[in-house]
Write a protein that binds this ligand. Sequence first.
Ligand SMILES: C[S@@+](CC[C@H](N)C(=O)[O-])C[C@H]1O[C@@H](n2cnc3c(N)ncnc32)[C@H](O)[C@@H]1O
Length: 222
Amino acid sequence: MSKENRDTLEVYEKLFQEYFNGTKRRIKNRGAEKTAIKAKLEHSFWFEGFKTLGNHADILEIGSADGLGAKALAEYGFNVTASDTVGGFIDELEKNGLNPIKYNVLIDHPDCQFDGVLAWHVFVHFTPNDLKIALKNIHSILRPEGCLIFDVQTRGEKSGEISEWIDYDGDYHLGAKRFFQYYSESAVRKIIDDTDFKIIKFERHNSDSGIGWLRFVVSSES
Ligand SMILES: C[S@@+](CC[C@H](N)C(=O)[O-])C[C@H]1O[C@@H](n2cnc3c(N)ncnc32)[C@H](O)[C@@H]1O
């Protein structure tokens, strides 16, 4: 686990309430209708990706934070386990009735297996070496022919090497800098090539802020 990820988790430990406020600001500023459309598009990518696992598949969400993603997956019919490693997020997930587990994907090795894993907007805080460790650890908790859905941020083809400590000015201004890593498509493909995962779907999206997202569905089938 990198110092970058550890220090970012400390920021979340202290400022989780500000993160929740950021989500509220984002919904207010974007408007309920646009927020719902955006969520629907993201969710359809997950539902489509997990489709082959069957409607009642066991899905683990890593880095659930406020639990909006886990809730959407559960409403779709999946058997969802929400998780996070930050105390304030775990408390919130419990308050929302999501029965979370405390799970740090870089250091914990839970004795359980899942059909699918979702890590959405989580690897943004991972160095390339963290990403390699995370993929290896996730592979070990997936059942055969299981499936992982994740995304990373990008700033173009050279962005495999770009990272920064930043407290964004927008809705998610927390009051402390977090570590962000930006990946190129080829950098992520290279990392995946060195694992036992196989890419089954890839999409590129541009966000309102101008930073792009690379979305992957990968299968543990070797
Ligand atoms: C930007 S938030 C995204 C939250 C949510 N998944 C979403 O889509 O809005 C990043 C999340 O990743 C979690 N996270 C960061 N590093 C982690 C790690 N090593 N293990 C598990 N979760 C981690 C944070 O606690 C936080 O909940």
